[in-house]
Design a protein. Structure first.
Lengths: 558, 558
């Protein structure tokens, strides 16, 4: 059996190595047109930021071997053709044509099975001035070295990052403190669109508190050249001209599906190569893996494109198994992502509120802020969890976490729960590990699940921060009831709130008007919930809770 | 409805508060015989160690309110009888008799529903000298203050901890650096018996490296008084007399089930009050929650006793719901536990290898060491994961993690997977969050699941460190093949190993004898696995892998 693998960065090498391990008789040839084999692309922002010292660190095995062509041949038994581009696929003859990029020499290589791992590429939108120098993307090792060089060369005072998605915010973290003025320009009304917008706003506030200028609803109109007429000097936007010693473009990644398309292979709705669960294309002898492929969402069954090294590795293993006769399937993704922005950990999985509604679910959500360890442990950090669930069945649909606390742990549990189709009731009874250095006795995720259960049971009715803000802005005649203690109120408050600490609320119930909507809150809205129960139990007809309390309030505080 | 709750530390207050929230018409009376209401018992070692500064911190809400009788009445609407012991239950009359401990006044209180939350108590085995002073347990706030006082008073030079379970090792962490000589005396052949023994040995080695003297197979024979004839001065063991300025007993906790038993309520095989999944005893008007109850294991269905604050909170909520007419069930526990020992995080869930075999499973295990973030991130820490699975179905049965890396996250994912009955194949395809600050592209748990899959598929055959050590000790005629590089071998090696780096193994295959069992390893046995595949593919008939490589080797290294 002869297998040709096109692409040598992540999914390609994974597939190739696994095939050789399974089938020693297989001849595996791997083509890579770029300069670097098998490098950790996800590590590029950390090399730019100086966390990773050498770019070669991103190309080494844990044992310190550089993953070059010799490594693949000697250790993995995979033949490599570096700097060699596959230009066409002849499916009838089962062969690919290639060009050696250094010499221009062309040739053909036959295959029994073909694996496409052609990756993705950063989008470069056709904006006027896009071809000026010093407008970088951050996709290859060469890119990252160019950004580092620009930092030194320009003594960069002003840097503009176009795009407030994952790469954009990771790049902002990498550059902060190395430049005078860092601006993120985002054309959408929020950064990090995989988050619900109030969660994204909390992340944005944290970036702003760290000195990043975040511009929303701001579409780049053009890049303006400096005195040399060649390199960028400013970015033109509806919000004015932003001076820029250099620009990082981070407006998304698109699958490299051209080679497949030209060969008549099916391409999906999002432009990625279409495969079945075996990672096989519509040609039974051709597989596709990694960032060139679009995946299926495990909840909606719809195509989705979330290029990640973690998924690439899973794809590679599944494809290799099937090629070697071991039936294996890839079940799809949940759109799980995580990123670090300064002191915040931001993670999410599953459907957002909007996506869940669009998929036809009757959605119930909660916002649960709290310490990620018992509050008496000085090591605790705060974390805000939002859960999205189906009101009818209680099934979890999505989870998001933002804050200095352990977001990745809670979202990984949510990933597992989503994969199993668990309900919030199932989650609330998980025997998660507990000791004070690790979690509160009721883990943040369990508390969040309990809040959703209370809402479904009709014990608690929540308003999102946005809904309360709308009432405020409209001058609605409602009571916003703050049940915190006076010292807490003194640190931050919401405008126009009535203040009755929970400890005296039982005695002062008469002060709360019965003819108005009452919205209770506290720091995290747990005492707000107790207050709402007290009021309801005392016969108040219209009592609600501000989801997440003042801790998750993303607007101005008094 | 009138509800009487017996016990005011954890499960009791939880049940009481939830009942009042659900049923404002309910009258709830809570009895507590001890000095403190609603304190965080799990925090006691951290108060002793100085991480938590004030013992009152363990008695406060996150908002800083002390949970005393006034707090429960004003805020929660629960009437409290502090320092008041319930002495008998008259089930026919539905009333309890009590004694006020300060005044000696007795009385009765009637109930419609009764909740027993009588907790557990530390075992004090009947060893000669057990009643000497300065032999402490660590169960109440008073206990922890006594230990702290003894530290000051004795200028403690020598301290002996009896018991190497969770409380014992947490106490060791708390006391280290505050005393001259710290000894743990454990009667079993390993500490932390919830771990497989080689995992426990790794934990023990870490304790020893931090200066703790750990004595295994060492049963305390007696406590010897000092010159005053009253306070302990030494601990007599088969391994000699150990001087002790004070002793901490940490040999387990037993449920306080006497009150229930005297009332004719059913008690389980492990001595805890028996309940159904609704947390109801065999009397339909009496519920039991928290440390006085024995739970059911979610995998085996067998009773198990794992007293934890996390479980107590869940019990309380389920009992309150059922008492208030909202059907709810507690599904049991997985024996999940976690503890911190110096720089090690130690977590486990589900069945140990031994328990899985005892339950009749055909067990397959793996040991997977690796960095908990990409190796190029300077923030990575190492972690060793052991998975236990059913060979026939691939179903996960248990998981254990030991090391400086993120053990709690991986075990919480395993908890969720176990609760859903997932297989290792399901786990290997979880869309866990991935970015370099949080996890490797293939999360440690996914790598571990893949190793089990390889073993089940017959691609890899592992030997545990114990099995290899037995061959060594028996002078067996086998080849131990180290495929690491010479610089790695120079740092630590296994005695008698043949050394051929993986990079040249393809060329030097002929040097490996074909007529002997060959056991391959490297740092973590991933390259060991590649070497084994190469040898198998080259026709070697008997090739195995040392599970976990040198990283998980718990014995002496050369």
């Amino acid at each position: 059996m002869k297998v040709v693998v096109v692409g040598g960065v992540a999914a390609g090498p994974k597939t190739a190595s696994r095939i050789v391990r399974l089938r020693p008789d297989a001849e595996v040839v791997m083509f890579e047109k770029g300069n670097s084999l098998s490098f950790a692309g996800c590590g590029l922002p950390y090399f730019v930021g100086g966390v990773v010292k050498q770019h070669t660190d991103l190309m080494m095995t844990p044992a310190g071997a550089v993953r070059n062509a010799g490594f693949f041949e000697k250790v993995k038994g995979v033949k490599v053709r570096p700097r060699c581009e596959v230009t066409t696929i002849d499916r009838a003859k089962r062969q690919v044509a290639y060009t050696e990029l250094e010499s221009g020499v062309t040739g053909v290589e036959s295959y029994d099975k073909l694996v496409l791992a052609t990756g993705g590429r950063p989008v470069r939108p056709p904006i006027p001035g896009i071809n000026l120098t010093n407008i970088f993307t951050l996709h290859t090792i060469d890119d990252s070295r160019a950004v580092k060089a620009a930092l030194v060369k320009t003594a960069a005072r002003n840097v503009v990052i176009v795009g407030g998605g994952l790469i954009g915010v990771e790049t902002a973290e990498a550059l902060l403190g190395k430049v005078d003025q860092l601006t993120i320009v985002e054309m959408m009304p929020q950064i990090l669109t995989m988050l619900d917008w109030e969660m994204a706003l909390l992340a944005q506030r944290h970036m702003e508190a760290n000195g990043v200028d975040v511009r929303l609803n701001c579409r780049v109109e053009g890049f303006i050249a400096g005195a040399d007429g060649q390199s960028v000097a400013a970015v033109r936007t509806p919000q004015g001209e932003l001076p820029a010693d250099f620009v990082v473009l981070a407006v998304g990644v698109r699958p490299n599906a051209e080679l497949a398309k030209a060969a008549g292979l099916a391409v999906g709705a999002l432009g990625g190569i279409a495969t079945d669960a075996h990672m096989r294309t519509n040609d039974p002898d051709i597989y596709a893996v990694g960032d060139c492929v679009e995946s299926r969402h495990r909840i909606t069954g719809q195509p989705c494109y979330v290029p990640l090294g973690s998924t690439a590795n899973k794809h590679g293993r599944v494809a290799a198994n099937n090629i070697c006769g071991v039936a294996d399937t890839f079940p799809g993704v949940l759109g799980s992502t995580v990123c670090k922005i300064f002191d915040f950990n931001i993670a999410r999985t599953g459907l957002s509120t909007e996506a869940a509604r669009a998929a036809g679910f009757d959605v119930v959500t909660c916002i649960a802020p709290g310490p990620d360890r018992p509050h008496y442990m000085p090591t605790f950090k705060s974390l805000i969890i939002k859960l999205i669930a189906d009101r009818k069945t209680g099934r979890l649909l999505g989870a998001q976490a933002v804050g200095p606390g352990g977001a990745d742990k809670r979202i990984d549990v949510a990933v597992t729960a989503l994969s199993a189709g668990m309900t919030v009731d199932d989650i609330s009874k998980l025997d998660l590990v507990y000791a004070p250095p690790y979690a509160p006795a009721m883990d943040n995720l369990i508390t969040a699940a309990d809040i959703i259960k209370n809402k479904i049971a009709g014990l608690a009715e929540g308003l999102t921060p946005e809904e309360v803000k709308q009432r405020m802005d409209a001058g609605a005649n409602f009571v916003l009831l703050d049940v915190r203690t006076p010292p807490e109120v003194a640190t931050a408050a919401l405008p126009g709130a009535m203040q009755i600490p929970l400890g005296v609320l039982r005695e002062r119930l008469a002060e709360v008007p019965r003819d108005k909507e009452v919205v209770c809150f506290c720091q995290v809205s747990l005492r707000g919930y107790e207050a709402a129960r007290m009021l309801k139990n005392a016969g108040h007809p219209n009592v609600k809770i501000l989801d997440g309390g003042i801790a998750a309030w993303p607007y101005e505080k008094a």
